[in-house]
Write a protein that binds this ligand. Structure first.
Ligand code: ADP
Ligand code: ZN
Length: 433
């Protein structure tokens, strides 16, 4: 059940001692990078006695990474690095992250730990539908699966017919796929009249790289006939493998031997109250090339209380509800796109693809939400469609307070992407530029 039982089941005290030791090693290593040599000159104590002492050290932000581009965070000789990865640039310019051979080795082990935890074994056939290349989702899982010994198909995204052909031909049992692509693929499989449970051998899917709701997971599980697990990571830390769900499917274990997690109130920058949602802050504990101290991920989540029945002692975080910077403020009301998704997926007759557009009209913000209608519902009468439209608008209004204009559109008519879903288009003129 456990890839590294001694680490995964470590007693809390053991884990804290390990974290303290690794934090001190990390601090020393970080001082060799130009950025931290400067930033830590007056700030850091010589030695941390316990993990919480980290609170005296300044945060690191994405802007710091950008302004020190490209080598300001490098803590080793450039010749000791063997690979670079880059974030997908969902927001702003990309940032670059370097790895030594040892960094890659540890990352691979983390991914093997994650996949093994959900039941992946050497008998499995793993089809990786994430893009390869600079994006970390492809190569990260790839090496993890190979380390377990699973037969790995590095197919990448797109071309659904070909994906299906491979699934059938090689009896694929495990998928790694973007949630929005999983739903499209499920739709296609349903249309082709394929009975997933009888004709395919799928058991497990890893969904990650973009926010998605619990309903979205259940939908993927039901349509593809498998168990889906949430996978969280970011290229600044390594990529996937930072936090991962176990078979309990109740929150993601953050691997605390590799990352020290904090959750802060993004306004006050103080630790969030016990169990409150805040911004996840991560410190690398075993990275050579590019140690990062108190990195503000901008991802919003909370620690889940209590021990996990699986026996692992590493704390769990809740599903990411969004990024602190993708919150929309519409006529003064704060809205997260995930709230909209939650409402839409609850209403029968709607498809899973939607697009949120925010515009300015006069001095007011306007919210337009286009959502695809399931093919069955689109065949209905005009009255039925109008009734559905009113239900959607009403359900949204009661959740997000703002009344949107709802457009029901035909399945397959909204733009899709091979990468992360782009669900929000903010067309308001920017303040100050
Ligand atoms: P970019 O910031 O350009 O998207 P990455 O490819 O490194 O760069 O993506 C990391 C980000 O993707 C995370 O900070 C988070 O916002 C999002 N993300 C990754 N995994 C998940 C997940 N399981 N749930 C929600 N969001 C996720
Ligand atoms: Zn668990």
């Amino acid at each position: 059940m456990y890839w590294e039982p001694a680490v995964e089941l470590a007693e809390a005290d053991t884990l804290r001692a390990l974290q303290t030791e690794r934090l001190n090693t990390t601090l020393a290593a970080a001082r060799r990078a130009p950025h931290y040599a400067q930033a830590l000159r007056n700030a850091a104590p010589a030695r941390l006695e316990r993990p919480e002492d980290l609170g005296s050290i300044p945060f690191t932000t994405k802007d710091d990474l950008r302004s020190s581009f490209p080598y300001g965070f490098l803590a080793v000789d450039r010749r000791d690095t063997v690979r670079l990865h880059s974030s997908s640039g969902t927001t702003g310019n990309p940032t670059v992250v370097f790895h030594t051979a040892a960094d890659l080795d540890r990352w691979t082990d983390l991914l093997a730990r994650c996949m093994y935890m959900t039941g992946v074994r050497r008998e499995d056939v793993f089809q990786n539908l994430m893009s390869y290349g600079l994006f970390t989702g492809g190569l990260g899982f790839h090496y993890g699966a190979e380390r377990i010994g699973a037969l790995t198909i590095p197919i990448g995204p797109g071309n659904s017919q070909r994906q299906l052909w491979f699934m059938r031909q090689f009896e694929t049992s495990v998928l790694h796929i973007l949630p929005n692509y999983a739903l499209r693929l499920a739709g296609l499989i349903a249309e082709s009249g394929i009975d997933c449970r009888r004709e395919l051998r799928l058991r497990i899917a890893f969904l990650g790289a973009e926010p998605h709701t619990e309903q979205m997971r259940r939908l993927v599980e039901e349509t593809l006939g498998l168990r889906a697990y949430n996978s969280y990571g970011l290229s600044e830390m390594c990529g996937p493998g930072v936090a991962f769900e176990c078979t309990e499917q109740r929150g993601m274990h953050v691997w605390e031997d590799a990352f020290y997690p904090e959750i802060i109130d993004p306004e006050t920058l103080e630790p969030a109250a016990e169990g409150e949602v805040g911004e996840l802050v991560l410190t690398t504990l075993s990275r050579e090339a590019m140690p990062l101290l108190r990195y503000r991920t901008r991802d919003l989540t909370r620690f889940l209380p209590g021990p996990c029945p699986c026996g692992r002692t590493h704390r769990r975080i809740d599903r990411i509800t969004g990024r602190s910077d993708d919150m929309l403020i519409i006529n003064g009301v704060n809205i997260f796109p995930m709230q909209i998704e939650q409402v839409l997926l609850r209403i029968p007759g709607l498809g899973a693809n939607y697009l949120v557009v925010v515009r300015t009209e006069g001095h007011m913000d306007r919210l337009d939400i286009s959502v695809e209608v399931a093919p069955s519902a689109f065949g209905g009468t005009l009255e039925e469609l109008e009734a559905l439209q009113r239900r959607v608008a009403e359900a949204l209004r009661s959740e997000i307070v703002v009344t949107p204009t709802v457009h029901l559109v035909e399945a397959g008519s909204l733009p899709t992407t091979e990468g992360k879903a782009q669900r929000v288009r903010d067309e308001r003129p920017r303040q100050g530029g």
